[in-house]
Design a protein around this ligand. Sequence first.
Ligand code: CU
Ligand code: ZN
Length: 183
Amino acid sequence: MKTPRSFRSRTAIATACCLVAAFTTARATDPTSAIAVLHPTAGNKTTGTIRFEPAADGKIHVTGTVEGLTPNAEQAIHVHEFGDCSAPDATSAGGHYNPEGHQHGLPVQEMRHAGDLGNLKSDANGVAHLDLTVDHITINGSQNPIIGRGVIVHSKLDDGGQPTGNAGGRVACGVIGWANPGK
Ligand code: CU
Ligand code: ZN
């Protein structure tokens, strides 16, 4: 028995739609990771690049290199509310990114601000390599999306104290944007 023509054409249209959908939702050039390039605030010299990549179990892998830090020290790094580094001291980036209204904490603590990334540990040359996997944030998902927000490096150690870890002034600021997948 022959398949009715109208059924066949509808099937063909449905298949074509699915193929189009597959290509439009997962092109090789679509970004999946985010990047923040850190620039020094007024009177400082800290620079760096921080990357945020999706990891297993919905977590986010945070990596990067920061230079121009105090040698052999620990300095706080957080995601702040706004991707606005326009003020010379970067206060325009707002407070710690905290959509869920938790108290401040360190990454080892379950309850903390979504933006609490803890500390960078610098070597004798003032260079730190960050390699941290965190939960509670997404790049562009429904839970605490960080795209378009700010990364701040502070002058001092984040000691986990309230309200913001006693981390001192802001020495570098960067905006979290989509990373170029071809780079
Ligand atoms: Cu901060
Ligand atoms: Zn915090």
